[in-house]
Write a new protein. Sequence first.
Length: 73
Amino acid sequence: METNFLEQLTELLEMETTVKPADKFREYENWDSLAYLSLISFVDEEYGIVIPRDEFGKMNTVQDIIDYIKNNS
């Protein structure tokens, strides 16, 4: 799941290099409100999980997102 998620997130965010679990996604150059909405939509469509705004606000790294998905699947 993790490798697939990283590849899909890389594509979703149009990154030139593959994102890594330790990356602080909010520091990505192209991170903005559209990237946020795309990520939330992707997680909902792909994993059937809605990440509440307050929970997402606590997340800092890509691993935080992965952990949330794993813990709520």
